[in-house]
Design a protein around this ligand. Structure first.
Ligand SMILES: [Zn+2]
Length: 527
């Protein structure tokens, strides 16, 4: 016994001596894969904010230190913020250009949770072959289950599957029979079995569903311990069938079933009735009802022109919109154009202006969503598209970089996170930098980590966390794309690391870098 003890203490002493030696000769000990030196390191969970060096190895943050450290690659972050990469819970684009535009504004994880997609297994397989620069994932799409059930066409994991049925109204407006409802839920369940991140309930696109169907979805989410992500129905400030009513319905289902229900883009779905809608949300928070909420900082939305909210008796009045509120490509539309596209190409993505940000009253409404301490930032990123010779809008699937000049999208697709840092933090000083990071990195991770364990290691800049890191210049970071000229990447991100690998270096995209990994629930936990 005695000799073992002595031996152990000799070993301990030797180890200590080695440790000291290694620390004293940092030039020899190139311990790290990447080091980020002298940056303003910020962590929104611990409120840490100080100049430090960050050492990264095997995709993880290994040290945050004042010590001198060295690695195979060194990034000088002097004068820059070093923060956890932004996590976008709400993004629709599926092509490499979509992910690249997001990387350029500091996003390291981009998830399709609002619409979702089906079949989930097929989608993850397809994404894994695209050499994506950032992490990806999706929810199980209730609308796809509805489309499949009403049309008899099994789901395909593409946006086209959704766009092509915009001219049909049954899946949007009909109440499902009990048999149909069971079939819809079966499709959703299969998605969950294949590892989907919760249930995407794009209710605004199929607002004719029955109350029992939505309740059943909430119940399913509670049983399976996942969240739902809802674009709530109606989008109207006039009762009945108002935004207010739809939020009330969502909160009721969360309260009754105990399901975690996320409200997507409360800013746009509330139109101008944000005060009344926020009253509901605040009261729900006060009673600890399990809801979370997201918003994006723009006065315009983007969707298909044949969407249910743009149809039916008096829709223009209900939406407070004329043709000039609509934008096709980069130009405002005429009445004739709106009519023509709604009739002949209802699956066409357009931009729809509902608030005028240059009007202080409208901007104040938008700010109420963005500045609310319980509301996180999500982009609602849209596909990058182009118009062909027949005035048809086509999703851009190519891998040209920069994106071709004739491509367009809503500027939120490449500017949401950069705009928060430019407008809300730097120019208007309405939000602290740490608060912005909390809303753009930590809160999204916290929203998912209860049922997606991978997210516990994201959204934080701490030792042991995933090395998903953005290094940006707080004086320069800006959204550059506009409604008229959207295809301009954000500026000011100096470096972006995803799983410890550089995706952006010295402000430029590394084209062959594909370290993005799937974010997915454990597939082995099938029923
Ligand atoms: Zn939406």
């Amino acid at each position: 016994m005695k000799s073992t003890k002595i031996l152990a203490s000799i070993i301990t002493a030797a180890t200590l001596a080695c440790g000291l030696l290694a620390a004293a000769v940092p030039a020899v000990a190139q311990t790290y894969d990447v080091v980020i030196l002298n940056g303003r390191v910020m962590d929104p969970e611990t409120n840490f904010d100080a100049v430090r060096n960050v050492g990264i190895k095997d995709g993880r943050i290994v040290t945050v230190t004042t010590d001198k450290i060295a690695g195979k690659k060194a990034i000088d972050a002097t004068g820059h913020v070093v923060a956890p990469g932004f996590i976008d819970l709400h993004a629709h684009g599926q092509n490499i250009g979509d992910y690249r535009m997001q990387a350029m504004q500091g996003v390291t994880t981009m998830l399709e949770l609002e619409s979702g997609i089906l079949p989930i297994g097929e989608w993850y397989d397809a994404q894994s072959k695209k050499n994506l620069p950032i992490n990806y994932g999706a929810a199980a799409a209730w609308t796809y289950g509805r489309i499949a059930t009403f049309t008899g066409t099994p789901p395909k994991a593409t946006a086209k599957y959704f766009q092509d049925v915009q001219g049909r109204s049954d899946w949007k407006m009909n109440i499902a029979t009990p048999e149909q409802q069971a079939q819809i839920l079966k499709y959703v369940e299969q998605g969950l079995d294949e590892g989907a991140i919760g249930i995407g309930i794009n209710a605004g696109y199929a607002p004719g569903y029955g109350n029992k169907e939505y309740f059943a979805l909430a119940k399913l989410a509670a049983e399976r311990d996942v969240a739902t992500f809802t674009h709530f129905r109606y989008a109207s400030n006039m009762e009945p069938q108002s935004s207010f009513q739809a939020v009330q319905e969502l909160i009721a289902n969360a309260a009754i079933t105990g399901a975690h229900m996320h409200i997507c883009h409360i800013n746009s779905s509330s139109l101008k009735d944000i005060d009344a809608v926020l009253e509901l949300v605040n009261d729900a928070f006060e009673r600890d009802i399990n809801i979370t909420v997201g918003a994006y900082p723009w006065g315009a939305a983007s969707t298909v022109i044949g969407a249910a909210m743009f149809t039916g008796e008096g829709w223009q009045e209900r939406m407070g919109s004329k043709a000039s509120n609509f934008q096709l490509g980069t130009k405002r539309m005429t009445e004739e154009q709106v009519e023509d596209y709604q009739k002949n190409q209802p699956g066409t993505f357009i931009v729809w202006h509902f608030l005028d940000e240059s009007n202080p009253d409208d901007l104040a409404l938008l700010d109420k969503s963005i500045l609310h301490p319980r509301i996180l930032i999500e982009s609602d990123e849209m596909f990058w598209m182009f118009m062909d010779d027949h005035d048809r809008v086509i999703n851009y699937e190519g891998d040209a970089w920069p994106l071709p000049e004739n491509t367009f999208s809503h500027p939120r697709s490449n500017g949401t996170f950069a705009k928060i840092l430019r407008s809300y933090v730097r120019e208007r000083k309405l939000m602290t930098m740490q608060e912005a990071l909390r809303k753009m990195a930590l809160m999204p991770a916290q929203t998912l980590e209860g049922f997606v364990p991978q997210m516990k290691k994201k959204g934080r800049l701490q030792e042991g966390m995933d090395a998903d890191i953005v290094v940006f210049d707080p004086e320069k970071i800006s959204d550059v794309g506009t409604y008229e000229k959207p295809a301009q990447p954000a500026v000011g991100v100096q470096s972006l690391l995803v799983n410890g690998q550089l995706v952006v270096a010295e402000g430029a995209l590394i084209l062959d870098a594909g370290p993005g990994r799937p974010i997915r629930r454990d597939v082995s936990k099938r029923r």
